[in-house]
Design a protein around this ligand. Sequence first.
Ligand code: HEM
Length: 173
Amino acid sequence: MSLNTALLRETFERAKAENGGIESLGMSFYKRLFEKYPSVKPLFHTPPEEQHKKLMASLGSIVAGVERPERLLPYLHAMGIRHLKYKTENAHYGAVGENLMAVLADHLSKEGEWTQAMADTWQAAIGVVAKTMIEASDNPEAFKDELIEHGYELDGFKRGDPAPWIERTTMSN
Ligand code: HEM
């Protein structure tokens, strides 16, 4: 596997700084997703202007937590379990991953370079994220104790936390 954590961080910092920043990346993500995969559009009820902030914040948490699996794994398990409520299917992860790779490549090619090494590390990271989320959504029962230990409800939400997509521990420590 070619998950180069330094390169992952560096490219995410560039994504925030280049080509209109994270907002433009996030908006492009949903524009392309709905054009290329129109069948997933009805699953989304939050408008892209809001939804992209959540997705980008979750990517920020993932990038920040990539070297702290003890925090990142429960966070991803809970997120996978929350997606059961959104009626996503395992087969959709390929589309979402392909879409993220395409918009990242486009975004980072505008003012700088998008290299094969960058593509490899993002592909590896997205693969791990998808696999970890699916593992939990396929068998939420098996993650009950972990959810409770990390302050989540059994549906993956957090009582009193309106933004569970932000993993505050990995970001602040
Ligand atoms: C790379 C994996 C993914 C990540 C990091 C991700 C991230 C997020 C985040 C942060 C939210 C906000 C709500 C929450 O955290 O519970 C969300 C909601 C949602 N996601 Fe994902 N997601 C992923 C995969 C998918 C896939 C494969 C689908 C299938 C189409 C999907 C569809 C949705 C839908 C429908 C919502 C709810 C939107 C609404 O509120 O209307 N996600 N996702």
